[in-house]
Design a binder for this molecule. Structure first.
Ligand code: DQA
Length: 139
């Protein structure tokens, strides 16, 4: 069974509460249950942190043994050379996801330090972005 980590960055613990017009009304915990039902052939682990270094530690921890990482780095997407370096340093492929269509939003969200070092990027499908990323790991 493939092992996949969903790794959520800053402010994503407030999904369902935070700017619902952009990010929707559903919290991630309930959506994770939906994902677990939809992907019985994947072993899905989940970790969220608001702290950049904790995200990097998690990438190092799983990045030599897991089959894939689905990463929503939140605003660190647009600022973090350190997370980009961590993705480059590990062996596990990383898929960048965003709930919102970052290209339809403020210009500072149009640049990602992570996209060039990720296997692919999915954005703009709401929470379904995670579903689409997980689908890419099915055989
Ligand atoms: C986000 C988009 C980022 O620009 C923003 O800072 C987030 C969430 C998204 O999922 O749409 O925190 O990554």
């Amino acid at each position: 069974m493939k092992k996949i980590l969903i790794l959520n960055g800053p402010n994503l613990n407030l999904l369902g509460v935070r700017e619902p017009g952009i990010y929707g009304n559903e919290g991630f915990d309930s959506y994770l249950q939906v994902l677990n039902k939809r992907f019985p052939s994947l072993e899905i682990a989940y970790f969220q942190s608001n702290v950049e270094g904790e995200l990097i530690n998690k990438l190092h921890e799983v990045g030599f043994s897991y089959d894939g990482i689905v990463l929503n780095a939140g605003a660190y997407t647009h600022t973090s050379v350190a997370i980009a370096d961590a993705i480059k340093a590990i062996k596990t492929p990383v898929i960048e996801v965003h709930i919102s269509n970052v290209f339809a939003r403020e210009e500072f969200r149009h640049h990602s330090f992570l996209s060039p070092v990720c296997k692919g990027c999915i954005c703009g499908f709401g929470l379904k972005s995670y579903d689409l990323a997980l689908t890419s790991f099915l055989d």
